[in-house]
Design a protein around this ligand. Structure first.
Ligand SMILES: Cc1ncc(COP(=O)(O)O)c(C=O)c1O
Length: 474
């Protein structure tokens, strides 16, 4: 039988010239995407019919030449998504990825270190430990400072809940929730990120274990309500084990009263976690110890590098001053692993087993900018949101939140929030989202791109102004 002359090994690793040609083509396409992004619609541009049609060519019945495939990928992909790196994408917190972060992610994929055990990737694990220390020391001055990179904030928060359960009752490690006398319950504000429900489900404590605490009318946890909820649950025989404060609520960028939450948590022997997935970037400020006052009381904190630090997804971090608990929560021994050192090997100190070198993209970005550079970028995004808020007020909009985090929740009496959002999205000139804040529907605009400028804010304002004018209200 004569076989087709297809060589899969060459397809997997083409010769140098072919590789260079593919990489050069990609570099050109990616460069065009970045350089022309402001002039293009935000997307998705292609409809579901176009996407399905494009996909139909991939039957996998015959091999495709990489060059044909790769050169079109950047355009097809960027046309088929909401382009969160567009400077006028005032969206959920998916930033424009930093160039150093993109370069680092390429290097990570090419070199492909395996960070499950330290001995396989000593430098990579040391780089991540160095970064974790650099972040943790901006929060705490004492304790066993430790942590690791996660896929994102949800995994980091889940890890915090697991540490909290294990710290509350060491028998939990073997016997699970059956070890608790009363049902373990956790507290987060109703403005918190709702991965807490999924986390409670996954940890076996059940979604009912999440107590959503009332807010104070300004989007921050109401301390009196927190205290009352814990007392009520204790009286009913439940076991409060975790208080979560959010530093940068998802809808409105509000910061819970960290000192007050810490006090209540301590009074009731609860683990105190600060979800600073987004707000953690304020720690880049030169006054880092005043940036999030009270965070130093936390036993653990979540910070997402793939939000305000502008690194490509996904890169979260779980930081803790109770490093001793990581080994307790994730210990395991497997004969096929080279070692299982709970003080060193990431797979026995975190939820993941095989582990990508997530930290390199933050290492690259932070090295190139330094803390002062990160702060310059973060504070400019915050200033742009402040400019948006003051301009909206001048145009007759209501601004609902007073955030230090670069996000504006707003409405207009003449046009429902959903309609404002629809008109902005349909314009393809800018993108904002619909949210609920303190029980009101609001339009939400968050400055997520470090490439956003005053002109981009002006362009969004123009679309909003037009929406109001069309309603006949102005
Ligand atoms: C406050 C907060 N915590 C946690 C998360 C979840 O993070 P991730 O999407 O990185 O898993 C988010 C996401 O927006 C968030 O805003």
């Amino acid at each position: 039988m004569i076989r087709e002359r297809f060589d899969p090994w060459t397809a997997l690793m083409p010769p140098a010239e072919a590789r260079s040609s593919v990489l050069a083509g990609l570099s050109e396409k990616i460069g065009q995407m970045w350089d022309r992004v402001r002039d293009r619609p935000i997307g998705p541009i292609t409809g579901s019919h176009d996407r399905r049609q494009w996909l139909q060519q991939f039957t996998f019945e015959r091999p495709l030449p990489l060059e044909d495939f790769a050169s079109g990928l950047v355009d097809v992909l960027s046309d088929g998504i909401l382009l969160s790196q567009h400077p006028r994408c005032f969206g959920l917190f998916n930033p424009t990825p930093s160039f150093p972060g993109v370069v680092a992610d390429l290097v990570t994929a090419a070199v492909n270190p395996q960070l499950a055990v330290t001995s396989h990737a000593p430098l990579a694990t040391e780089i991540e430990a160095h970064l974790i220390k650099a972040l943790a020391t901006r929060i705490w001055s004492t304790g066993q400072l430790d942590g690791h990179f996660t896929s994102g904030g949800a995994e980091a928060n889940m890890t915090a809940a697991l540490l909290a359960l294990t710290a509350a009752l060491p028998e939990y490690a073997e016997r699970g929730v059956r070890a608790f006398g009363g049902a373990p319950v956790l507290y987060a504000s109703r403005e918190s990120h709702f991965a807490w429900f999924k986390i409670a489900h996954q940890l076996g404590i059940g979604r009912d274990a999440v107590r959503l605490v009332a807010t104070d009318g300004l989007g921050r946890m109401d301390i009196t309500a927190l205290q009352a909820a814990i007392s009520r649950d204790k009286a009913a025989g439940d076991t409060p084990f975790l208080v979560v404060a959010t530093a940068g609520t998802t809808n409105a960028g509000m910061i819970d009263p960290l000192e007050g939450c810490a006090e209540v948590a301590a009074r009731h022997d609860c683990w105190f976690h600060v979800d600073a997935a987004w707000g953690g970037a304020l720690l880049s400020s030169p006054d880092q110890h005043k940036a999030l006052p009270g965070i130093e009381h936390a036993h653990s904190a979540t910070v997402d590098a793939h939000k305000f630090f502008s690194v490509p997804m996904g890169a979260g971090m779980l930081l803790t001053r109770r490093g001793d608990m990581l080994g307790e929560a994730f210990r395991v021994s497997a004969s096929y692993m080279p070692s299982n050192d709970p003080d060193a090997d990431p797979y026995v100190r975190s939820a993941q087993w095989s582990r990508r070198f997530t930290g390199l993209k933050l290492f690259a970005t932070l090295s190139v900018l330094g803390w002062p550079g990160v702060w310059q970028v973060v504070s400019r995004q915050i200033d742009l949101a402040d400019l948006l808020a003051t301009s909206l007020l001048k145009l007759g909009f209501r601004v609902h939140n007073a955030s230090r985090m670069g996000v504006v929740c707003f409405s207009h009496d003449a046009v429902p929030a959903a309609e404002l959002v629809r008109q902005v999205q349909d314009s393809q000139q800018a993108w904002i989202s619909l949210a609920m804040f303190e029980e009101s529907a609001v339009a939400r605009a968050c400055v997520t791109s470090f490439r956003a400028t005053e002109e981009d804010v002006g362009a969004l304002l123009a679309v909003l102004d037009l929406a109001v004018a069309r309603s006949g209200a102005s």
